[in-house]
Design a protein around this ligand. Structure first.
Ligand code: BDR
Ligand code: CA
Length: 314
């Protein structure tokens, strides 16, 4: 069983990511921290609490983190996730009590008191993770790997050069990519293909369980927004793919590459500059996901949401 800490900005695809992690037999979810990204910090935090309330997992600790990037002004994504950050259906009011500690301190404390081997799974801007690494560099030895959703080699979604999570806080991303901690980068090259299409959403709706009944309309909203903006035939479940890599590594194929983060470019802020041909001679620092097994990914999503539905029937 893999011990993981999730750092997220829910967000529809973060929601599915949390659900997979909570339901998986392969994962021991030690806690969830939240960060501003898809929406302001207050909303992403509230959404995390609402998601855990829906799936009745009050046992999973939640800590709120930064309300904005290290040095930049926050950019949010209401055009994709709505004004609440999770538009499309009503989630229950939070009945989960959060921790009083800051996300960064929760990450540090959890890692320090562990015997190591922990996976960090960031699915939002990397602000909390970067500060934790700066504040307590000793935690690096307790981290098995950072499996993050962010970046792209041959794709983009926020500017012609950049993916959202890296674009929002490129300075934080630079700290993380230069930290020396092993990284798996699950970026748009695979997540833009991890489409839960409108037929899949309808199939999920027909499960008609306590969780699927709420998730299906949420994904319909998210799919419609993605159709409108990117022409996708459904919901790209970016963050859920990062968690799926921990559930079954066969879901993607990776290449070990050197990745630099652009923090200064006029048009390229937040670009993940990947050295696919080894031109720079710099040592690789990230396993970059470049191929997706979509049927396997879909199977993971369906089976885990079904499991949550069933857990709530009892
Ligand atoms: C990423 O940006 C957010 O909108 C999603 O939740 C995902 O983490 C995709 O670029
Ligand atoms: Ca996210």
């Amino acid at each position: 069983m893999k011990k993981i800490l999730m750092d997220c900005d829910p967000g529809h695809d973060d929601m599915v990511a949390i659900m997979l992690a909570a339901a998986s037999d392969e994962i021991d979810l030690l806690g969830i921290t939240t960060v501003a990204g898809n929406q302001i910090g207050e909303k992403t935090f509230r959404n995390a609490l609402r998601i855990l309330t829906l799936i009745n997992r009050k046992d999973i600790p939640v800590a709120r983190g930064f309300d904005g990037p290290l040095v930049r002004k926050l950019v949010v994504a209401p055009e994709i996730h709505g004004v609440s950050g999770l538009d499309g259906a009503d989630l229950p009011e939070p009945a989960v009590k959060p921790l009083k500690v800051h996300a960064v301190d929760f990450i540090i404390e959890t890692l320090r008191k562990s015997s190591g081997g922990i996976y960090l799974v960031p699915t939002g801007p990397l602000t909390n993770v970067a500060v934790a690494l700066l504040k307590a560099p000793d935690i690096k030895e307790k981290i098995e790997r950072i499996v993050l959703m962010g970046g792209a080699v041959f794709d983009s979604n926020t500017t012609p050069a950049a993916e959202f999570n890296i674009y929002v806080d490129p300075e934080a991303a630079k700290i993380v990519f230069e930290s020396g901690v092993p990284i798996t980068m699950v970026g748009l090259d695979v997540t833009d293909k991890a489409i839960f299409n409108f037929d899949d959403i309808e199939k999920l709706r027909q499960f008609n369980g306590k969780v699927s009944r709420v998730v299906a309309p949420l994904l319909k909203f998210f799919g419609n927004a993605n159709k409108e903006i990117y022409g996708f035939n459904g919901a790209p479940l970016h963050d859920a793919l990062a968690v799926s890599v921990l559930i079954n590594p066969d879901v993607v194929k990776t290449r070990f590459l050197h990745v630099d983060i652009e923090t200064k470019g006029e048009f390229t802020r937040g670009e993940t500059v990947a050295d696919v041909y080894g031109i720079t001679g710099k040592a690789p620092n990230a396993d970059v996901a470049l191929e997706l097994n979509l049927p396997l990914f879909n199977e993971i999503v369906f089976s885990h949401i079904k499991k949550l539905d069933e857990s709530l029937e009892i």
